[in-house]
Write a protein that binds this ligand. Structure first.
Ligand SMILES: Cc1cc2nc3c(=O)[nH]c(=O)nc-3n(C[C@H](O)[C@H](O)[C@H](O)COP(=O)(O)OP(=O)(O)OC[C@H]3O[C@@H](n4cnc5c(N)ncnc54)[C@H](O)[C@@H]3O)c2cc1C
Ligand SMILES: NC(=O)c1ccc[n+]([C@@H]2O[C@H](COP(=O)([O-])OP(=O)(O)OC[C@H]3O[C@@H](n4cnc5c(N)ncnc54)[C@H](O)[C@@H]3O)[C@@H](O)[C@H]2O)c1
Length: 476
């Protein structure tokens, strides 16, 4: 066992999409940077989350779209070619190898240390390498924790006996279970139920709420429920699992209504927990296992000296890759500014403040139909105490929807702050709406006055014409 010591301006613990971007932005600000990664550079997103899940879903969504087109529908009537879909997923996950990411890191002159990183005190990180060596790193300016999140498993009796699927197995499995039970009604649950049902599993969803996607506008969950049921998914609302056992190769579940269910695999899609149990938080006065609370420049609350940052999933602000990378761009820039003694622009919407985390977080749910949303929901708007006008429009009435395919079903909702006359939230649900989300994000983050939005002319005949219809509806 050897011990070595190295010093960098910035140390990043965790080389997921967020850690990579923090380090790259710190380099762009002229600082030296190192990433500590214990598994694969690229993190959850590249290998067990976004990329493989979207590779599984793309054929399902494309087939649903094609099946709505007269003349094309017979061509897509058969089952998916499962082997080809899984091979595509494997390719999109780079066969769970990170050479390309390492090449990219080299190209931006950021160093990589492989191993498990832990804080050992202010600006100090010890890395335990797979070879059994210890590397002591010292930061001149900042340490950024970007260790992400892992699947949170509920305390169900018998859980330790069943080897449940988490999002990792759901995105990387190479066998299609005959029967798959999915616990949860959030984004992972609906996306993975969509994918595995299309790949041939009989999926049963066990959802403790009374609807799917319950943090979004209710119509989104309702349309996704209809889509999943039409695909053959058995959805049971107001239902939880109270006990589990694996017997004779199958998972036996006891349900909250006293009923029993058997499946070949069970996916627990029950939320996320921060990866902070073993990063040495106790050495700097923080509690292991907690989400890390940060200010809008990503400094960790409760740690003095402006040297400890937490960026991405681990701070619990918005668990999505694009938003984590936005945070990383801001964190890298502000670390650079503080290191050089330059002014920090942390006023709302300033270069060094992640204001969009509070006002304009976009999300697309890749189901059939899709859901795309940004900003507030009507429930959140009501709680915020602002004066809001809720504007609804039936997406099926838009000319672009007629072209998109027969029997188009969808819905759009725009929330207008009536004191400021700006859009503060938008939700679309329907086929093809994913690509609409950035128009909504620009309207919300740009605080574009409605009078000016009126001059943003949507092309005919696209789904984007829904903007015109929403504005007309609002103007009466
Ligand atoms: C099934 C699924 C699908 C998703 N789909 C989407 C999507 O379509 N779009 C989207 O925007 N978001 C999606 N997400 C969310 C997205 O995956 C996360 O928001 C994103 O991965 C967060 O990036 P991160 O860098 O913060 O963390 P992670 O990607 O979790 O990376 C953290 C890294 O830190 C490393 N690490 C942890 N602890 C240590 C340590 N002590 N020492 C060294 N290294 C350590 C880990 O090995 C890992 O590589 C999905 C999530 C799931 C579960
Ligand atoms: N397309 C995307 O952008 C995308 C895709 C997948 C995941 N993600 C991100 O990953 C994060 C995690 O997704 P998720 O679906 O795991 O979490 P979630 O918080 O969205 O949903 C968790 C679900 O599990 C249920 N649940 C929690 N504990 C339970 C228990 N003890 N018993 C029964 N049910 C329980 C909840 O009621 C909820 O329905 C999300 O915040 C999302 O941002 C994003």
């Amino acid at each position: 066992m050897t011990e070595t010591t190295r010093t960098y301006d910035v140390i990043v613990i965790g080389g997921g999409p967020v850690g990579e971007n923090v380090a790259e932005r710190a380099r762009a600000a002229g600082l030296s940077a190192v990433i500590v990664e214990r598994e694969l550079l690229g993190g959850e997103c590249s290998f067990w989350a976004c990329d493989p899940s979207k590779a599984l879903l793309r054929p399902v969504v494309a087939r649903a779209d094609a099946s709505r087109i007269p003349g094309l529908d017979p061509a897509v009537a058969g089952p998916l070619d499962v082997a080809a879909v899984l091979a595509h997923r494997d390719r999109m996950s780079s066969y769970w190898k990170d050479e390309d990411q390492v090449d990219w890191l080299n190209s931006v002159s950021v160093d990589l240390v492989r191993g498990h990183g832990r804080l050992t005190g202010p600006k100090q990180v010890a890395v335990h390498t797979p070879e059994g060596d210890t590397i002591a790193l010292t930061a001149r300016h900042a340490v950024a924790i970007s260790t992400g999140s892992r699947a949170a498993l509920p305390p169900i009796s018998g859980l330790d006996t069943v080897r449940p699927w988490t999002s990792r197995e759901a995105t990387s499995a190479d066998q299609v279970p005959g029967r798959l039970a999915v616990v949860g009604g959030g984004v992972v649950a609906v996306e993975m139920a969509t994918a595995w049902q299309a790949l041939g599993s009989q999926v049963t969803m066990l959802v403790r709420e009374h609807g799917l996607l319950d943090r979004m506008e209710p119509f989104a969950g309702e349309l996704v429920t209809d889509g999943l049921r039409a695909a053959g998914v058995d959805i049971r609302f107001d239902t939880t699992v109270t006990a589990l056992a694996r017997e004779g190769g199958e998972v036996r579940m006891t349900l909250s209504d006293g009923g029993q269910l058997a499946a070949d695999e069970i996916l627990l899609a029950t939320g996320r927990a921060p990866q902070t149990r073993d990063v040495g938080l106790e050495t700097v006065g923080l509690t292991p296992g907690d989400w890390l609370t940060v200010d809008d420049t990503f400094r960790v609350t409760g740690v003095d000296g402006s040297w400890l940052y937490a960026v991405g999933d681990v701070n619990g602000r918005a668990l999505m890759t694009h938003q984590g990378k936005y945070q990383a761009r801001i964190a890298g820039a502000v670390i650079g500014a503080r290191a050089k003694g330059e002014p920090v622009d942390d006023a709302p919407w300033g270069a060094h403040a992640a204001t969009a985390d509070h006002a304009a977080v976009p999300q697309v749910v890749f189901t059939t139909p899709e859901v795309a949303a940004v900003g507030l929901t009507s429930r959140e708007a009501e709680r915020s105490g602002r004066r809001i006008a809720v504007v609804d429009y039936d997406l099926a009435q838009v000319a672009g929807a007629h072209q998109y395919g027969a029997d188009y079903r969808g819905w759009a909702r725009m929330l207008v702050d009536t004191d400021r006359d700006t859009v503060v939230g938008v939700t679309f649900a329907g086929p093809g709406v994913g690509e609409l989300v950035h128009s909504a994000t620009i309207a919300v983050a740009g605080e574009v006055p409605l009078d000016r939005l009126w001059h943003a002319v949507p092309a005919f005949p696209t789904l984007g014409e829904v903007w015109l219809r929403l504005l007309e509806t609002h103007r009466g």
